[in-house]
Write a protein that binds this ligand. Structure first.
Ligand code: CUA
Length: 331
């Protein structure tokens, strides 16, 4: 009896080896860059290990049965009638039940842990709309950015709202994902652990521009973030072309538009270096406030959101900056 089990064991070990190699030799997941993401990855890998073990057992039993109990050529007989095996059936019901319960309980614990942030964590307001992200920093007196800026290793709570349809906030490197639903405020709690620039992706089909509803989060060192905060405060007060460039960067215009003056190379929308020259301040302002009023050749309406919620001072600074960048006179 023991002897007969050896081929079964060999197939099992080979299948498990192949599946483990496939699971672990290839980097399936993006870099892991948050406290919460680490917990989520632990659940993912626990599930993968359980799946590989179950796969190896099923593969071994299947391959062994196919080879060993194959009908001989010319054998037209029916197989012998079998009445099952109660012990075996209890085993193959009880073990998967225990494993699935383990995954469920572990996941539940992770969800609760990931939802918990220390008192007094930084709060940032997020507005998701067709088709742009807006981030508002209460400590900056209402300044809004299109790109998210955060210090590393500090927990932060994003309070998210949408004025139009359902969107979903996702940073692959952070793993966490959360819907943004009109009419309610949803929360996204995260503690980034790595500095760098990571993509922000909308993962809920929200209309024509869903695929371009992306931006990025810039996770900085504590000092760099304090510097950025100070710069923002100064920029808001200072005004002028410098503020215009900052608004261009903060609102994430570079995500869709190319503009040499700003070092931007986005390709989702019109190339500003070619469409700006010859435009008046009024035309530029109109394109910012009501983008669908005039559509550049080759582009469709409904993609660019209106920036009419920007403070006047920032709109004027942006218009001035764009006029200057187009080679016109600033004004
Ligand atoms: Cu917003 Cu998809």
């Amino acid at each position: 009896m023991r002897r007969k089990l050896i081929p079964l064991l060999v197939i099992m070990i080979l299948s498990a080896g192949a599946a483990f190699a496939l699971a672990f030799a290839i980097e399936w997941l993006p870099e892991q860059a948050s406290v919460q993401g680490k917990r989520i990855d632990q659940v993912i890998w626990l599930t993968v290990v359980i799946c590989v073990v179950v796969f190896a057992i099923v593969a071994a039993a299947s391959v062994y049965a196919v080879v060993k109990f194959r009908a001989k050529p010319g054998d037209e007989e029916d197989g012998p009638p079998l009445h099952g095996h109660t012990g075996l059936e209890i085993t193959w019901t009880a073990i998967p039940t225990a494993l699935v319960t383990l995954i469920a309980v572990w996941s539940g614990i992770v969800v609760v842990q990931n939802d918990r942030l220390p008192e007094g964590s930084r709060v940032i307001l997020v507005e998701a709309r067709q088709f742009a992200w807006g981030f508002e920093y209460p400590e900056l007196g209402g300044i809004r950015t299109g790109e998210l800026f955060l210090p590393v290793n500090q927990p932060v709570e994003l309070r998210m709202t949408s004025p139009d349809v359902i969107h979903a906030f996702w940073v692959p490197e952070w793993r966490q994902k959360q819907d943004v639903v009109p009419g309610i405020t949803t929360f996204y709690r995260i503690t980034p652990t790595k500095e760098g620039i990571f993509p922000i992706v909308c993962t809920e089909l929200c209309g024509l521009g869903h695929s371009v509803m992306r931006n990025q989060v810039n996770v900085m060192s504590e000092e760099a973030f304090e510097g950025w905060l100070a710069e923002q405060r100064a920029g808001v007060d200072a005004g002028g072309t410098d503020l215009g460039l900052r608004v261009f960067a903060n609102q994430g215009c570079a995500g869709c538009h190319a503009l040499a003056e700003a070092g931007a190379s986005g390709a989702g929308g019109p190339d500003l270096d070619s469409v700006l020259p010859g435009q008046s301040a009024e035309q530029i302002r109109e394109s910012i406030m009501t983008p669908d009023a005039t559509i550049s050749e080759g582009f469709s309406s409904g993609f660019m959101p209106s920036y009419s919620q920007l403070p006047d001072e920032q709109v004027e600074a942006l218009v001035g900056f764009l006029l200057g960048a187009a080679g016109g006179s600033s004004g």
